[in-house]
Design a protein around this ligand. Sequence first.
Ligand SMILES: CCCCCCC[C@H](O)CC(=O)SCCNC(=O)CCNC(=O)[C@H](O)C(C)(C)COP(=O)([O-])OP(=O)([O-])OC[C@H]1O[C@@H](n2cnc3c(N)ncnc32)[C@H](O)[C@@H]1OP(=O)([O-])[O-]
Ligand SMILES: NC(=O)c1ccc[n+]([C@@H]2O[C@H](COP(=O)([O-])OP(=O)(O)OC[C@H]3O[C@@H](n4cnc5c(N)ncnc54)[C@H](O)[C@@H]3O)[C@@H](O)[C@H]2O)c1
Length: 719
Amino acid sequence: MVDCFQTLHTHFNCLIYFSPVVTQALERDVNQANSDPTVKAVVICGANGKFSAGADIRNFANIGQSKFSSLESVVSLIEKSDKPMVAAIEDLAFGGGLEIALGCHYRIANMKARVGLPEVTIGLLPGAGGTQRLPRLIGVPAAIDIITTGRHVPATEALKLGILDEVVEENPIEAAINLAQRVTGQPLGPRRLCLKEVPKLPNMEAFLDEARLKVKKRANGQLSPQMCFEAVRASVYLPFAEGIQKEKQLFMYLLSSGQSKALQYAFFAQRAMEKWVLPNGASWGTADPQPVKKAAVIGLGTMGRGIVASLLKAKIPVVALEQDKKQLEVGKAAVMALLEREALKMHQNGQKPKKPIVPHFTLDFGALKDVDLVIEAVFEEIALKKEIFHKLSVICKPEALLGTNTSYLDIDEIASVTDRPHKVIGIHFFSPAHIMKLVEIIYGQQTSPSAIATAMSLAKSMGKIGVVVGNCFGFVGNRMLTHYYDQAYFLIEDGSTPEEVDKVLQEFGFKMGPLRVGDLAGLDVGWRIRKGKGQTGDALPPGTPPRHRDGMRYSPIPDMLCEMGRYGEKTGKGWYLYDKPGGKIAQPDPWLHGFLSDFRRTHNITARTISQDEILERCLYSLANEGFRILSDGIASCPEAIDTIYINGYAWPRHTGGPMFYTSQVGLPKVLAKLQEYAEANPDIPSLQPSPFLQKLVALGSPPLKEWASHVRSQNSKL
Ligand SMILES: CCCCCCC[C@H](O)CC(=O)SCCNC(=O)CCNC(=O)[C@H](O)C(C)(C)COP(=O)([O-])OP(=O)([O-])OC[C@H]1O[C@@H](n2cnc3c(N)ncnc32)[C@H](O)[C@@H]1OP(=O)([O-])[O-]
Ligand SMILES: NC(=O)c1ccc[n+]([C@@H]2O[C@H](COP(=O)([O-])OP(=O)(O)OC[C@H]3O[C@@H](n4cnc5c(N)ncnc54)[C@H](O)[C@@H]3O)[C@@H](O)[C@H]2O)c1
C-alpha cells in the first residue's frame, strides 16, 4: 500500500523554517503529488524529528511581498487538493509551520509536540491564513488566546481544543500513513477550514468588545497583539477570501513597523548570548561545562528560595542551608509553598505534575562537602560573603564551583579568600528568581572559561537566559539602573510628582514606573546599599551637604522616606499610599506631596513644570549613556548583551528592543545632543555627561548597532 502514498519531507536540514526555497519545493511536491495518479494521499512531515518553526525570520528584512504571499498560496494549494493531506507533526509546529498543518485535512502529532502561532512575539501576525483558519477550527475565544499571546500549546491541549485530530505516543508519521489509508475516499469538503463557518457565540459582539480591551491592556503599547486581535475579528465578519486579504494587509503593516524590527532584533540578540566570547579569546566554542549533579544554596531569603526552586526545576538535587533554626523553618515553608504552586500550575495547564525532589534542608555546612556547585544568597555584606566563601573553600570538594548571587559586590574580592579563585563566579538571578528569565554570569579576573561554561549551561537547564558580563560595581544591569533612578529622584526634587514620572515610563511601555517598582521591591533595599557605601546613615561624615556626595548631586529623599518607616508596599507607604501594609492598590499620597513641597522649600528649590519629554529623555538616555560606558569598559561584550539583560531582567518593553537598540532608533546624534543639553543644565550630575564612546560613534557617522562592538575593540586595541 505504501507506494500509493507519498510522504513529503519539508526539505529542512536542521531547523526547520520556511525559506522561499523550502516553500517553492513544497509547492512543487504538492503539485506533483496532485498530478500523479498513483498517489492516493499525502503525508507532510518535517525532517530530523521536527515539523517546522515557521517562516525564516532572518529573511523578513530582505524579502518582497510576493515571496511572503507564496506561503499562504501553498497552504491553500494543500487545502484544495482532492487527495487527503495529513500533517505528521513531530516535536513542534509553529507559525507558518502550523499554518501549513492547518491547510492539511488532518493533523497528527506525537505526545511531546507543541504547536502555536508565536508571530505576535516577533511583532507580526500569522500571515499564511492562520488568523482565518484557526478560529474556524477551534472557535474565536481560543483562537484569540493562542494568536494574541503566541503561547506554545502542548499536544494534549491541542487535541482537546480540536487543533489536532490524534496524538500518538511514538512516531506520528506512521500513524499519519495509517490515518491517510483509513480516510482515502472520504469526502474532503468538511475538512477544508476555508469552507467552514466560524462557530457562533450568543454574544459575539459583546465578547469581542471585551476581548479587545483585554488585549489592548495586556499589550502595553505593543501593536502586534492588537493587530492579531483585529485579524481574528475579521474572520467573524468577513468571508474567508476577504479575511485573508485583511490578514495580509495587517501583516504588511506590522512588518514595516519599528516594533517588529525591535522584536526580531531581541529574538536574535537573546540567542546570540549563548555564543559568549571573552576579551582574552576564551569562548563557548572551546570551554567545556562541568556536570552539576548536586547543588547547594546558602540563604533561603527572597532570592535563595527561588533559586532552590529553579535548580529543582532543572532536576538538580539541592542542599538548602540557613543560618539558624528559625530562618531554616521559614525558608523551608517558603520553598515548599513555591514547589506546591508550581505543581498546581502544571496541573492547571493539563500537565502531569512531576514528583518533586525535596531539598535537603540543613544548618550544617558539612552537608556541602560533595556538591558540584554552591550558590550563595546571604545578605549583601562583603564581610559576611567573604567569611562564607572562606568556609566553602575548606569544606567543598576542590572541583566544586562557588557562585555568588551578589547584586553589586566585587567578585575578585570574594574569590580572594578562597583556595580556587578560578572556580568563583557571579550567578546573579533576578527577583522573583524562579520566574525571572535572566541570569547575569559574572567572571572575575581569574574565573576559568569552564566555570563560565558551567554557569551558562546551568542557566539553560533552568530555562533561563545567561548573559556573560564583566566584574564591576553593579555589573551591567544594576550599574545602569542607578542612573535611571537618580534621574527619577532629581526630577521629583525639581517639581515632578512620582505619579507623573511613573506615567511617562508606563506610557513608554514599562508595566510599572521606577517609583512604583521601588515600592514593590522595598525602598529599604537601596537604603541598605547606600548605607553600605557610606552615602547615608551613621557612616556619613558630619557636615556632608544634604544634596551632594563627593561633589555630585545626591537626592536624600529615598533615605528620608526609609527613616520614616516608609519602605513601600510592605509598610503600606512609600512613594505611594497603599490600601494596607502588603497591599497592592497604590494611590497618590497627599502627605508625600506636602512632604515634597516642604523639602523644596527647605532647600530653596523652585518647583518647575517638567515636560513629559524631559522625564523620558533624562531617565532613558542617562541609563543608555551608562550602557555606552559599559561597552567601552568591556563589561558587556556587545549592545545585544545589554538589551537582553534589560528586556529579561528589568522588564524593559521588548517591543522597543532594549535601551541600546532604542537609542539607535532614536538616533545617536539626537541622544548625544539631549545629554549635552541636560548636562549643561545640571553640571553637578556628571552621569549626564555624554560618554566618550557615544561621542565617538556619532563622530564616526552613527554606525549601525551591530558594528558598535568592533569600534570598542578597535578603541581598546589602540590603548
Ligand atoms: C503577506 C504576508 C505573508 C506572510 C507569511 C508569514 C508566515 C508566518 O505566519 C510567519 C512566521 O512563521 S514567523 C515565524 C514564527 N515562528 C517563530 O516565531 C518561532 C521562533 N522560534 C522559536 O520560538 C524557537 O527557536 C523554537 C521554539 C522553534 C526552538 O527553540 P530552541 O530549541 O530553544 O532553539 P533556538 O535556540 O531558539 O533556535 C535554534 C536556532 O534556530 C534559529 N531559529 C529558530 N526559529 C527560527 C525561525 N523561524 N527563523 C529563523 N531562524 C530561526 C535560532 O535563531 C537559532 O539559531 P542559531 O544561529 O543557532 O542561534
Ligand atoms: N532581593 C532582590 O531583589 C535581589 C535580587 C538579586 C540579587 N540579590 C542578592 O541576593 C542576595 C540575597 O538577597 P535576598 O534579598 O534574598 O536577602 P534576604 O535578606 O531576603 O535573605 C538572605 C538570607 O540569608 C540568610 N543568611 C544570612 N547569613 C547567613 C549565613 N551565615 N548562613 C546561611 N544563611 C544566612 C538569612 O537568614 C536570610 O534568610 C544578596 O546578595 C542580594 O544582593 C537580591
